[in-house]
Design a protein around this ligand. Sequence first.
Ligand code: HEM
Length: 356
Amino acid sequence: MASSFQIHCPWMEIAHSLPHLIENHQLRSQVNKMPLLSSQYLKGHRELYLAHLVLSYITMGYVWQDGEKGTAKVLPQNLAIPFVEISRVLGLPPILVHADFVLVNWKKRNPCGPLEIENLEPIICLPGGASLRGFILVTFLVEKAAAAGIKAVPQVVNGMLQPDNRILEEALQDVASSLRDMARVLKKMHDYVDPAIFYGVIRIFFSGWKDSPALPEGLIYEGISDKPLVYSGASAAQSTTLHTFDELLGIQHCRESTTFLHRMREYMPPHHQAFIEEIQSLPPLRSHVLSSGKEKLCSAYNMCVAALSDLRTYHIAMVTKYIISAARNAKAKPSESTSPNPPSFLEERGQVAPGF
Ligand code: HEM
């Protein structure tokens, strides 16, 4: 019997040629020829996540193939119906999310080799060549660096609830070291991602259709709803990592940022959201540390807050380089810009957070 992905292979075939089809403005006609396939043959979470990844990339290419002026207003039913069905099963929105873009979109070149950038490859790509590859893989490696800190979270909780100050202090040290590691890995972005390509070519493909001047009413998912649906685009603000550390440490953001960050949680896999809610429901760690009166514990907690703050400060420097300065350069020297028309509706604004 044929495997389900052999049955669904038209999706895979198109997805593997996305950069070429988009650059040649042929993706829409290819998608329009695609048969309407049922998603019911997909088995298990691996196939379902792979299908969401593939259909989300095809969707972003379909909508943005012709840039901001030639946006598609309707997603054809042969793409919209299976994408929405699979999204419902996974509890994800029918748009590219961080989990698609980064968390499931990698494979090892040599299966026995290390989980390092030289041995990694995205499964599905969009235009942007080496810079797109670098953006996906460096972000993936930042997530990998966060894993040790996330694993330390249950230890922090044990140390607090038992209570055992030694366990708590060690676990907090692990969290701080993981946050420092994330910042160290984030710096690799400079080696792999060209700001002009990021700004002029790559960014538009993560853009959503909520509060978007290019799609002010949203996108019609044919066969699903006659009214346009609105969804935010992909952003690492949908990564579970910093949400978890914020909740653990009791970090409070201003009201506007809190609203935005909470909205981004709706774009995470449901089990990620549940994990964050679990941390949120715990007794406050900060009060526990303060009331313990233990200097070493306070200092371990403070190290975590400092490392998280340093990571965010560095991230703002990245936003400046890859968006604000890149926008100015593209405007000042349009002839040198890699893309003839960097999308004007995204100038100096976040993907999903206007005015960020
Ligand atoms: C070229 C690199 C990057 C740029 C230009 C960039 C840009 C942005 C922008 C514009 C936002 C505002 C929200 C939005 O509109 O999407 C944002 C938010 C965010 N980004 Fe990035 N980002 C980059 C890489 C990363 C990486 C590698 C991570 C780590 C996983 C990350 C984590 C976050 C988080 C957690 C937020 C939410 C705000 C916060 O919690 O501080 N970003 N980013």
